[in-house]
Ligand binder design. Structure first.
Ligand code: TZP
Ligand code: MG
Length: 201
């Protein structure tokens, strides 16, 4: 089963925040880059893959299966504007982890049928990290998805340590966070706090 804490990279944190999050015990790092050339994005992803390998963590690349495969990452996380999951699976093969994004049970079930290994579900709460998001679905919305699918549900959007218990109670397997770890003053301590809240030792 995939790890419960997915630390998503942020522009401000960069590699230093990734190193620290891994030191704090993060089991999964998602490389999320929205700017820069493909060469730069590849180089960053490759660095994160190597850091993750050294700490036995998984590395998942957001949006782009080509960058994920080029960097030899463990998986790709795709949303509604990215390549369809069936296509990502065809390109990447059976061993590649594929995450999909859903905010309702019908979409979630379709993504699982298409081959998603886990789902990012949200935004769970309001966040300023990503523009143009729909309204937060709250723990109740997360629960509606969690009961509809058999793959791990990873809640994303405005997740803080204090909100972990409600999300776990809603059936979330884990959480994905940007600002609460990658943007924290001490990402190692922040990751460790999340893991304690998620009951991971
Ligand atoms: N997708 C849905 S919410 C979100 C993304 C990338 C941003 C989450 O960032 P934060 O800082 O953990 O609220
Ligand atoms: Mg995307």
């Amino acid at each position: 089963m995939i790890g419960r804490l997915h630390v998503v990279t942020s522009a401000d944190g960069g590699l230093a925040a990734v190193r620290a999050a891994l030191a704090g015990g993060a089991p999964v790092v998602q490389v999320r880059t929205k700017t820069g050339s493909d060469r730069q994005r590849y180089a960053f992803a490759r660095e994160v893959v190597l850091l993750c390998r050294a700490d036995r963590a998984l590395c998942i690349v957001n949006d782009r299966v080509d960058l994920a495969l080029a960097a030899r990452a463990d998986g790709t996380h795709v949303g509604a504007d990215d390549l369809p999951i069936e296509v990502v699976r065809r390109i990447a093969g059976p061993a590649h982890l594929i995450g999909g994004t859903a905010r309702d049970p019908v979409t979630a079930a379709a993504l699982v049928t298409a081959g998603a290994d886990y789902l990012g579900v949200g935004p769970a709460f309001a966040t300023t990290t990503k523009d143009g998001l729909p309204d937060p679905i709250g723990p109740a919305g997360v629960a509606a998805v969690a009961v509809a699918v058999r793959v791990p549900v990873i809640a994303i959007g405005g997740v803080t340590v204090d909100r972990v218990p409600a999300l776990r109670k809603a059936g979330a397997h884990g959480v994905a966070v940007v600002s609460a770890v990658s943007g924290a003053a001490d990402p190692a301590a922040a990751a460790a706090e999340f893991l304690a809240a998620l009951d991971v030792t």
